[in-house]
Design a binder for this molecule. Structure first.
Ligand code: 1GP
Length: 256
């Protein structure tokens, strides 16, 4: 008998379906620039044990050339969608299931609003990969982050929920299908739940939140405020076992 191959649900459908059922999703971010590289076995175990729904791969700056190798390695071991979170047009790979096609709408750098995208489009049209039009908002997380430095943009002040909400709404009016609120990797403070709530109040599309989330309580606060997908980067890189505390049973919030 031929092997049964399970097709993965498109990522946008996964996000929308979760949103409509109030099911909260968890993603881990694999930075291809980690000095040791990724341990595939450890990643596979963790993704299973912690019930991770999506694995993101990408970084603001790559100092090494392990990107393609990392995407392949991750895709080979995890049973969930692998989604690119590209810091530049160099971070596109056909081996992934989807790509966050990011427009940095919190900033005013034209190259990251519609610039790099033109180059990316020319490559993506030859790839069999789902493209997710994503409004990306950098939010001040208490320290300068690589994302903000590299992108030449100012993050939205942490206490200006209204700016974030109107920026996200403008993004949705422009046709973006997903909003990503990011304090930047290693942020001192996660995005304030008040800001997530304000954005949730204005937009209908799925909301991703990441940056500085280290505890299940912080993740839960983000989910309760309206995040559909929470992204963990630094915490699982530094303490992989900590991921087990984010198990799905701890996730139900009853909030949409
Ligand atoms: C950054 O949202 C991600 O873009 C993850 O951030 O590394 O702080 O978890 P952390």
């Amino acid at each position: 008998m031929p092997p049964v191959i399970f097709a993965l649900m498109p990522v946008l459908s996964l996000l929308r379906e979760a949103r409509s059922h109030g099911r909260k999703l968890l993603a881990v971010l694999v930075d291809p620039d980690q000095p040791e590289g990724v341990s595939s076995g450890a990643l596979d175990e963790l993704v299973h044990a912690a019930g991770v729904d999506i694995v993101l791969v990408g970084g603001s700056l790559l100092t090494d050339d392990r990107f393609h190798e990392t995407v392949k390695q991750v895709k080979n071991v995890v049973p969930v969608p692998v989604v690119l979170f590209p810091g530049s047009v160099a971070q596109l790979s056909e081996d992934a299931d989807a790509v966050l096609f990011l427009s940095l709408i919190s900033g005013r750098n034209p190259d990251l609003l519609i610039g790099q995208h033109v180059h990316a489009a020319a490559r993506l049209k030859h790839m069999d990969i789902e493209v997710l039009p994503t409004g990306y908002l950098l939010v001040d997380g208490g320290r300068a982050t690589t994302a903000s430095y590299i992108s030449h943009t100012l993050p939205i002040p942490r206490d200006k929920a209204g700016i974030a909400a109107m920026t996200a709404l403008a993004g949705e009016y422009l046709g973006l299908q997903v909003i990503y609120l990011d304090g930047g990797s290693g942020a001192m403070h996660p995005v304030d739940p008040e800001m997530i709530r304000a954005v949730r109040h204005e937009v209908h599309c799925p909301i991703i939140v990441g940056g500085g989330i280290r505890t299940p309580e912080e993740a839960r606060a983000a989910w309760q405020a309206g995040a559909d997908l929470v992204v963990l980067g630094t915490i699982w890189e530094q303490h992989p076992d900590a991921l087990l505390d984010f198990h799905p049973e701890a996730r139900y919030t009853g909030h949409r």
